[in-house]
Design a binder for this molecule. Sequence first.
Ligand SMILES: Nc1ncnc2c1ncn2[C@@H]1O[C@H](COP(=O)(O)OP(=O)(O)OP(=O)(O)O)[C@@H](O)[C@H]1O
Length: 263
Amino acid sequence: MIRFENVDVVYPGGFQGLKNVSLAVEKGEFVVIVGLSGAGKSTLIRTINGLVPYTSGTLTVGGDVVDAGSRRGLRRLRSRVGMIFQSFNLVTRISVLSNVLVGRSSQTSSWRSLLGWYKPQDKEIAFRSLERVGIVEKAYVRASTLSGGQQQRVAIARVLAQDPEVILADEPVASLDPPTAHKVLQDLRRINRELGITTIVNLHHLDMARRYADRVIGMRGGEVVFDGPVEEATDVAIEAVYQRSLTAEDVVVDGSPVESAGR
Ligand SMILES: Nc1ncnc2c1ncn2[C@@H]1O[C@H](COP(=O)(O)OP(=O)(O)OP(=O)(O)O)[C@@H](O)[C@H]1O
């Protein structure tokens, strides 16, 4: 589904954000990227939907070469690749439903999107997406009135409404308290399993990474320095990624019991 071949990212100031990254993510995988701050996790995720242009190598999504210079190519790519951010990125002064309908805009003519005239089937898809994340009863509520966890669920519903092949989530739970963070990750994991959507998530906390990932990618200094099944992401392996001993802060988020991820 996603293939990096010797991909480099050099930022305009000359800083090298990715160094010779080669990896493949297969359809339906749930991959978590870990690494210290500045390791290149966001850069890696953002090259996949063309938010950060890569400067050499080849990157393909579903067989198509990612070309951040092609507006048409980017539009097509972004209709297939949904993105979830730490800060939710909702339009908070409009309703939850209107936010989710934004996910339909790539399939809707621009005048309809502009006027908010969505087809009944688009509304149906939006409601179904809200049902999947368990907040359909909030459809007509202003997004600003929701809690952080609920807002992130709306952001997930918006991505689902676009019917993506890939979901990228850049620190999706960093602004949430630990129990809410687990609920949002459980949603992402369940959706991955139910719909087979390839999912790549950046996470800070190791226990969350280990609880939800099928596969862990470890980054340091713009390079992939660990790539393996979650069972191999032991403390020793992650200490090698971080190049220091693990601290309680790296591992433990909270002591409260959480529902099993069902793996
Ligand atoms: N637009 C930019 N221009 C120049 N350098 C950048 C730019 N964006 C990121 N960088 C640099 O690239 C490196 C990797 O950043 P990135 O955001 O990918 O790291 P990260 O692992 O996601 O970190 P964090 O967990 O703190 O978000 C950092 O040193 C950062 O300062």
